[in-house]
Design a protein around this ligand. Structure first.
Ligand code: GAR
Length: 201
């Protein structure tokens, strides 16, 4: 079934772009119905507007309570027809207001091999820790921090001379590959959550 995607993004929006490109190429059965950002200057909003996708800046300053912010976001995304949410570089913790509005239908992309290095500055955390491999994770979102059931992961080496930027670039390529793949599995109804595990049928 065609996914009606609401995308939440705080920045550059290269993952949003990867999703749009996969849709254009016929690799992903989805439609992006709205892009919503907490940041007015997010290039992700511009990418959406360029394609005629409703692009909404929802300023956190107007909703000091995170629950109220998410209630409003849920209302906007629902009224755009979203049935699934994608957090694509969305740098805010979401609350039950969004989780309850889209139960089992919120997906996040994180630039480490979870459960290692959740939260902010994943690349720096990985380099500082000294891991030989890192990667990225696409997972369902639950109430914890980057803690929901894992759909797909990809692994990349960490080189001795890597800095945050070089590692991030290597990982980003894999993000752009596995994110549309994971969404397509969801579109095909092939993902089943069993406790912590996601079964791919
Ligand atoms: C991506 O690397 C994504 O994994 C990361 O932010 C970047 C957004 O890039 N997300 C997180 O760190 C979430 N905790 P993009 O705006 O170009 O898609």
């Amino acid at each position: 079934m065609t996914l009606k995607l609401g995308v939440l993004a705080s920045g550059r929006g290269s993952n949003l772009q990867a999703v749009l490109d996969a849709i254009d190429a016929g690799r992903l059965d989805a439609q992006v119905v709205m892009v919503l950002s907490n940041r007015q200057d997010a290039p992700a909003l511009e990418r959406a507007a360029l394609r005629g996708i409703p692009a909404v800046h929802l300023p956190p300053s107007e909703y000091p309570q995170r629950l109220d912010y998410d209630r409003k976001a849920a209302e906007l995304l629902k009224s755009a027809g979203a049935d699934t949410l994608l957090l694509a570089g969305y740098m805010r913790l979401i609350t039950t207001a969004l989780l309850d509005a889209f139960p089992g239908r919120i997906i996040n992309i994180h630039p480490t091999l979870l459960p290692a290095f959740p939260g902010l500055h994943g690349h720096r955390q990985a380099i500082d820790y000294g891991v030989r491999f890192s990667g990225c994770t696409v997972h369902f979102v639950d109430e914890g921090l980057d803690s929901g059931p894992i759909i797909l992961q990809a692994v990349v080496p960490v080189h001795p001379d890597d800095n945050e930027d070089t590692l991030a670039a290597r990982i980003l390529k894999e993000e752009h590959r596995i994110l549309p793949e994971a969404l397509q599995l969801l579109a095909e109804g092939r993902l089943r959550i069993e406790g912590r595990r996601v079964i791919i049928e």
